[in-house]
Write a protein of this length. Structure first.
Ligand code: SAM
Ligand code: SF4
Length: 326
């Protein structure tokens, strides 16, 4: 069966699949008032997830990241990992988590087939971590990262959103940390969502500042591998860890887009921003619907736009990233 490809020649072998909108943290840039249920939540069931993953695997998806909300709040999270990991052609199962359950479950998730893990740690100062996330869980999350390394994960990725007036003094601490630990640190530029201009204007910090600092201090920009996606990666001989910069406002950011998203309620999103999702759920009810599902995926890819319109302040329908799986 032919691979998913859009009209700009981009191929999509990476799916970000949200399995819940629910989150127990209150990150100030995402869910500042905490998760508010919107009616009775009905997130994709395990069998719908299996049908979804099978269809994507048929059209060239090799990597699936399970995200949310906080994916590990799903009681069947380990089963979800196992179902996706057992799918033919899916060779990498990843997740993005706030790390709340990591210390307890890292080994179980690894044994179920999870191979890549991104943990969000916006500050290495416990008080600042609390201020940004609304949860006093810094030590617990750091224990989780140790547990992941012990469980067999080769490397752990740590996501930190760059926030002016909040964590902008944290770079030296982060650098000190990754000197000794094999952590792939990813600094993510704040993206404007439906939360409003005020937060964005106050806290947005361009990744270019960090890039300049790294290049002045002996870090080298790595050659991008085909499946790297839009991150720019840096390494340094004296450091065990590496640094990635995700700068969605940079020119050409979208040119290397290799990912599609499905929300926790089964909507396909061709981009984090700019358009309404397309419902797939009616075709996730039985294996016999696979051919129809695959043909809907191909049809939709024809609609994918060349770029987002974030520069023009167009944030699409995305109220916050928890609703679509960041
Ligand atoms: N709850 C999990 C977590 O925080 O890792 C997974 C979902 S969260 C939406 C995924 C990633 O999106 C996190 O690393 C988070 O920091 C990032 N994120 C959320 N809102 C963002 C925004 N407005 N701009 C940039 N990154 C954002
Ligand atoms: Fe929750 Fe992740 Fe959003 Fe923070 S970024 S509120 S942990 S979904």
């Amino acid at each position: 069966m032919s691979q998913l490809q859009d009209n700009f020649g981009r191929r999509f072998h990476y799916l970000r699949m949200s399995v819940t909108d629910v989150c127990n943290f209150k990150c100030s840039y995402c869910l500042p008032d905490g998760y508010r249920p919107d009616g009775k939540p009905s997130f994709l069931t395990l069998s719908e997830i299996a049908n979804l993953a099978a269809a994507f695997a048929k059209v060239g998806t090799q990597k699936i990241r399970i995200t949310g909300g906080e994916p590990s709040l799903r009681k069947d999270f380990t089963d979800i990992i196992r179902v996706v990991a057992d799918m033919p052609n899916i060779n990498t199962v990843a997740t993005t988590t706030n790390g709340y359950r990591l210390a307890q479950n890292a080994q179980e998730w690894y044994d179920a087939g999870l191979r890549r893990i991104n943990v969000s740690v916006d500050s290495l100062d416990p008080r600042m971590f609390y201020q940004i996330t609304g949860e006093n869980k810094f030590d617990q999350v750091m224990r989780g990262i140790d547990a992941a390394l012990d469980a067999g994960f080769e490397r752990v990725k740590v996501n930190a959103v760059l926030l002016k007036h909040l964590n902008d003094k944290d770079l030296p601490r982060f650098l000190h940390w990754i000197k000794q630990y094999p952590i792939d640190l990813r600094f993510i530029e704040l993206m404007e969502t439906g939360l409003g201009h005020d937060y964005f204007n106050k806290h947005h910090l361009a990744g270019a500042t960090i890039k300049a600092h790294l290049l002045e201090n002996g870090w080298g920009l790595d050659q991008a591998a085909i499946d790297d996606g839009p991150a720019q990666n840096f390494s340094h001989d004296d450091y065990q860890g590496r640094i990635g910069l995700i700068m969605p406002y940079e020119k050409n950011f979208c040119a290397s887009c290799n990912r599609l998203r499905v929300s926790a309620k089964g909507k396909l999103h061709l981009c984090l921003f700019t358009e309404h999702g397309v419902d797939l759920r009616d075709l996730l009810q039985s294996e016999s619907q696979q051919a129809e599902l695959v043909s809907r995926l191909h049809q939709q890819l024809e609609q994918k736009k060349a770029t987002h319109f974030l520069h023009d302040g167009v944030t699409g329908v995305t109220q916050h990233l928890a609703s679509i799986g960041g």
